[in-house]
Design a protein around this ligand. Sequence first.
Ligand code: T4K
Length: 383
Amino acid sequence: MQNNKDIFVSKPYFPSLKKYVKYLEKVWENGWMTNNGPMVLELERKLKKLLGVKHLLFVSNGTMALQLSIKALEMKPGEIITTPLTYVATTTAIIAEGFTPVFADIDIDDYSMDPKEIEKLITKKTRAIMPVHVYGYPSKMRQIERIAKKHNLKVIYDAAHAFGTEVDGVSILNAGDVSALSFHATKLFHTGEGGAIVTNDDALAEKIALYRSFGNVGDEHYLPGVNGKNSELHAALGLVNLTGIKRHIARREKLAHTYDTYFNKTDLYRIQTGENVKYNFAYYPVLFKNEAELLSVMGGLEKKKIHARRYFYPALNTLPYVNKQDCPVAETISKRILCLPLYTGLTSAQVKEVARIIVNKITISKSIQKKPANREYREVIKI
Ligand code: T4K
């Protein structure tokens, strides 16, 4: 049984209740609970400014953000090429909108969709590409968008993990036709439940707003929309959490570096980012040599009530309700990857405890002990 003293993969940040109550008092004063009230508008305005994006629409969750993005692009039925290494919501959103997910295998170095694999899968039925900035690391945006342009496809980024990641000083949410964010409680920035859609396209933003709110304006009915709105109470939580966002990212970065100091002399592979990437430290994924090692580590951690998670397992191309496809890289990575605890409330002592348990459980090859460079570790665990 898990309890509050356990160490989880993630834990929601609980801001000062006093501060939240101050925002709630404003909601009460306004006498307005939902349907694009002043808190929602203020949150959208502040997020747009912080992230440097043109349009941002607050919605009820990240899954709805994906579904509304697909809806608003109004594509003919067909296939959407996506990644097998992600949370299941990426795939289920595609299916829920009546499209068929087709899985492109991933790059072995950063687990993002491999552009060469995408191009191989394009047919007359392909309508869009849906990459995921998995764990908050940028997808291969330039190559993907070149392919999309060549084949006249839409690009919908699942940016559930991407809040705060930048490339060359620009938020990666600016890429593609549209990006869908999750503001779920376990996310780096959260509103309890919530999400957002980002686009730089004025007409698309207008469509999304309509689809988000039943497709009507007063008595004028334009589209078969849904209820994808979010409330003033959630927006108020977002406004409080936003005030601490830089501190949260800095805290996570510090904790991630503490893990690094323990793992730098092991075989554990971790994604490396280029100098031009400002990473958001959304997750701390580590790759083991094989599934047996991962399971042994998980067992050791569980004994101490430390609940790391197999984000993401299984590879989604193996789900029982999708067309079977081979994605050998994703299948092996998903069996060997584990996300370690990383959240603002975690202490350095807890991170050290997690790291020590792991280091004691794994075997470290001799070549690694002599040559502790991360690229070299990758060589040892080739597929
Ligand atoms: N696309 C991607 C790539 C995603 O990762 C996600 C969601 C989505 C789309 C869809 O976005 P949303 O529709 O969810 O907004 C969690 C989150 O629920 C989910 O949002 C997230 N991705 C996924 C990666 O992680 P679970 O099934 O692992 O949640 P859960 O409840 O097991 O929580 C994880 C840990 O956090 C628990 O071990 C305990 C801790 N926890 C959780 C909650 C809710 C707490 O300590 N307190 C809490 O209140 O999916």
